[in-house]
Design a protein around this ligand. Structure first.
Ligand code: FAD
Length: 523
């Protein structure tokens, strides 16, 4: 072989131009490798490692079937290489490689490694685009200047126009850009029985699990859940066919109510963990699915089923992919590496142990954590308004929050995890991403879920042993950051009800919050 091409675990894009002309590639060796550095840079959920390794294996196999030369290396094969550069150097030497090629990594960590490689002088090196995202990488520097606060909605509208998505000439389809106000309903008792059964797969992972054990890879979470009582299978899609099936299931079954119940949470359904969400984030982030393909598929379903799917549902879904996902990536690359150090609110408390066990009396937190441990998945509002809000109000150190999110979720890759965690959930980036902190009291949880009904704590109380901790913590947070937030037009009004309390009443609430903070491990 004269050419070595590296495929990273989240670069499983079969439509990449690398694979367009497979007949002229007899001298090219592709390498796809389970790396110890990737299994260990954080403690990952076991389903996450299994999903990535299984998907990589299937991708390698598919390329081989298509006639390409592919070296698929397992943890057994790479055990002697401490990191990616050392593996690449060894392969270059072993195969007498003259040209090394890679696709631009989406994570800064890997980007740095590949951009500082020291190769033998006679070996050329070439970087390709990953050919996945809709906004060209070359435009990020201009569109996302470092430290600049940007509004997602503006970006989203530009993307809608640029790609002519849900447009009626120059105007947005239906006359409005955003139909979010029609969404965000709570699930009522009558809705619970209608929650669809999720499409799940039974992908065998026995060999991978054995390998992880053999190499003492530290993982979190569990493989067992209501669908799989054994250590044998994962329910996530691990190849393009399954990913497309999942997308199709979403469009047919979930899209009609996607937006309406997007923010809802319940304990009272066997399908409480999946609801109407697409669960395609792993497939998207591993690049088994292309974002434009997802958008077009969903819009085709909308166009063919307008009696079932209204504009608010499809617009809400398109906004997540065309808007949020691309915006988040822009924020990440526009602000790295300093973004990883941001801690605008000076938070420094330790993440409580129950984030790894679910062992807490707070029903909302328990529900979100339990399901994360069980499925490596929680939907956006659970991540933002339950675990995220709790970490914001209790001032958990951002690097610990990052580590938890980066480990636990099936779709967690730093480029998308970090701006969501530091920016959206923790407001640690001083408002680069969000226009205000997403802080909420128990009232919000009660409005959007049925968690409060059976909770140990009373959501109606601010003070007393049984008062919902979120209430006093919320007012403490607002009180502490009043000088900053009272200036913000989006948060200014909240202070009216705080200001109506006497100084003594305010102090009681603040004291209650401090009791909870001092006993945070036993909440
Ligand atoms: P759906 O609700 O069905 O939405 C469809 C798709 O839209 C998602 O698959 C995703 O690709 C995209 N999307 C929606 N919101 C966002 C967003 N805020 N940022 C980026 N993409 C978005 N998403 C990840 O992919 N990886 C992460 O590590 C991750 N960490 C998060 C951490 C926090 C604190 C928060 C608040 C959000 C995080 N998100 C992350 C965003 C979002 O919660 C997930 O993308 C979503 O829950 C995945 O489930 P789904 O595929 O069922 O999404």
């Amino acid at each position: 072989y004269t050419k070595l091409r590296l495929i990273l675990g989240d670069q499983l894009n079969a439509s990449h131009s690398w694979y367009h002309d497979i007949h002229s590639q007899t001298d090219t060796l592709y390498v796809i490798a389970e790396l110890h550095q990737e299994a260990a840079y954080v403690s990952h959920h076991i389903q996450k490692v299994c999903a990535f390794f299984a998907a990589m294996e299937q991708f390698a196999h598919a390329l081989q079937q298509a006639g390409l030369h592919v070296l698929h290396l397992t943890l057994d094969d790479t055990v002697h290489y401490p990191d990616l550069p050392s593996l690449i150097s060894a392969l270059i030497e072993e195969y007498g490689i003259q040209h090394f090629e890679f696709q631009r990594p989406d994570e800064y960590r890997l980007y740095e490694q590949l951009h500082t490689l020291t190769l033998p002088q006679e070996v050329s090196c070439r970087e390709y685009d990953s050919e996945h995202f809709l906004l060209p990488f070359s435009e990020i520097a201009d569109a996302f200047p470092a430290n600049k606060h940007l509004v997602m909605e503006h970006f989203y509208r530009r993307m809608r126009k640029r790609f002519d998505i849900l447009m009626d000439g120059e105007k947005p389809l239906g006359g409005k850009w955003n139909y979010d106000k029609q969404n965000r309903n709570k699930l009522k008792a009558k809705d619970l029985a209608e929650i669809p059964q999720p499409l799940i797969f039974a992908n065998p992972v026995t060999d991978i699990v054995k390998r992880l054990a053999r190499h003492k890879v530290n993982t979190i979470g569990q493989l067992e859940n209501q669908y799989s009582q054994s250590h044998e299978h994962i329910l996530w899609p691990v190849n393009r066919r399954q990913a497309i099936e999942l997308l199709d299931h979403f469009c047919r079954i979930c899209l009609p109510l996607f937006g309406r119940f997007q923010d809802a949470m319940t304990d009272n359904s066997p399908h409480h963990w999946s609801l109407y969400h697409s669960r395609i984030s792993f497939a998207l982030n591993a690049k088994l699915l292309n974002p434009m393909q997802v958008i077009h598929t969903a819009i085709e379903h909308y166009q063919a089923n307008q009696s079932d799917i209204d504009l608010a549902q499809i617009e809400g879904f398109v906004r997540q992919i065309l808007g949020w996902r691309e915006f988040i990536r822009g924020i990440y690359w526009g602000n790295m590496p300093h973004y990883a150090k941001t801690n605008g609110l000076g938070a420094n408390r330790k993440l409580p142990d129950y984030f790894w066990t679910g062992n807490t009396n707070m029903a909302c937190l328990k529900s979100a954590i339990d399901q994360s441990l069980e499925y490596a998945y929680a939907h956006h509002i659970q991540r933002l308004m339950v675990t995220g809000n709790f970490c914001l109000l209790t001032e958990i150190a951002p690097e610990q929050v990052d580590e938890w999110y980066l480990g636990i979720y099936i779709d967690a890759i730093e480029w998308v995890e970090m701006p969501n965690t530091r920016g959206m959930a923790l407001y640690a980036d001083n408002g680069i991403l969000a226009t205000k902190p997403y802080a909420a009291s128990g009232n919000y949880i009660n409005k959007m879920s049925d968690h409060c009904t059976g909770c140990h704590y009373d959501v109606k109380q601010k003070i007393g042993d049984n008062a919902c901790p979120l209430n006093s913590l919320y007012w403490r947070f607002l009180d502490k950051h009043q000088s900053q937030l009272a200036k913000n037009p989006r948060t200014r009004m909240i202070y009216r009800s705080w200001d109506q309390l006497s100084n003594e009443q305010q102090q009681e609430v603040l004291d209650q919050a401090n009791i909870y903070l001092n006993n945070i491990e036993s909440l």
